[in-house]
Design a protein around this ligand. Sequence first.
Ligand SMILES: Cc1ncc(COP(=O)(O)O)c(C=O)c1O
Length: 396
Amino acid sequence: MTVPRKQKISHKASQFTESVIREMTRVALKYDAVNLAQGFPDFPCPPELKRAACQAVEEDINQYAITWGDKAFREAIAEKVRWYLGLHVDPEQEITVTCGSTEAMAAAILATVNPGEEVIVFEPYYENYGPDAILAGATPRYVPLHPPEWTFDETQLRQAFSDRTKAIIINTPHNPTGKVFTREELSFIAELCQQWDVLALTDEIYEHILYDQTQHVALATLPGMGERTITINGLSKTYSVTGWRIGYILANSHLTAAIRKVHDFLTVGAPAPLQRAGVAAMQLPANYYEELAKLYHQKRARILQILDAVGIPYFLPKGAYYVFADISAFGYKNDVEFTEFLIKEIGVAVVPGSSFFSNADKGKNFIRFCFSKKLETLAKAQERLLKLQAILQTTR
Ligand SMILES: Cc1ncc(COP(=O)(O)O)c(C=O)c1O
């Protein structure tokens, strides 16, 4: 079909595809598959948040909030990051509230990166980062993380930095591998950022979902990094409210001023009553986070038990709520074909590994399971996944 000239889509929009992760949820619904694809909990959020949200609506907090965020919410964020991360931020000048950390990353990149500049992204990566860089007219420069520990090679990382580099994106705990960057790794990155005068954009949305005594280190707390780190976070994962679309950005006042302008013209602001409920989230006591970590520990144990029973090898996640698994033993052509089979014939939706790589071939042996699900949901998935054992027996 010839497309009339004015109907042609932009060069930028034609450089990326729809999100595979979100598409998998639609396919899962179509085939009534258990959805272990998209990263959202299927269990309720804390009652304190629900009550605060209802109360805010009842109290008529229903008009635009201040574009860069409700004052009470920004103050509550500043207090929470002070005690949890050891970060001291000025809620008046160094915080921007956004529509999820998705908008946060897009706004931060659009506010700081110019066309022609490069943004370093570790690969595999959460699929939004590539399109975010492209929307800013920048070039993503991918640096591989190597299995089984998903470490980077220091020489490869050093070689990726140049005069063209404007920023590096670090996602810790990491989606899809569950890697948690160590203090040593972050210090190495910090040194390169300072040497090349590069900004660090850190996506720390899984900061509280950690296993086996692993510690989360905020890059902004390392020496020399407070001024050049843009810390991105949100309510979605820690408080099980992915549909609320509330995120936030911490950055120095100069960067924040630019980010706030971009944010204003992108969305005006995040939902006002839900920002008010965000105050209740930020004020939850420390034991909320301990219980959350315990809950996820139990869920991780359950999904690993399922994968062990079926015989699917995987990389042990140290953080976040995904398991990246190796499907090479099943003898399928690639991850997309295997995922289709899994959804349509077995009844379980996952995300094909290739959606986390710039080159589909690199991801063809992987799939990602999300385990932020009720134990009943995981049990249902187990029942279905056990059918895979028969295939493994014939291919071995
Ligand atoms: C690493 C990472 N960043 C950001 C997001 C999106 O977060 P939000 O709901 O705050 O936009 C996700 C969602 O899966 C994610 O895995």
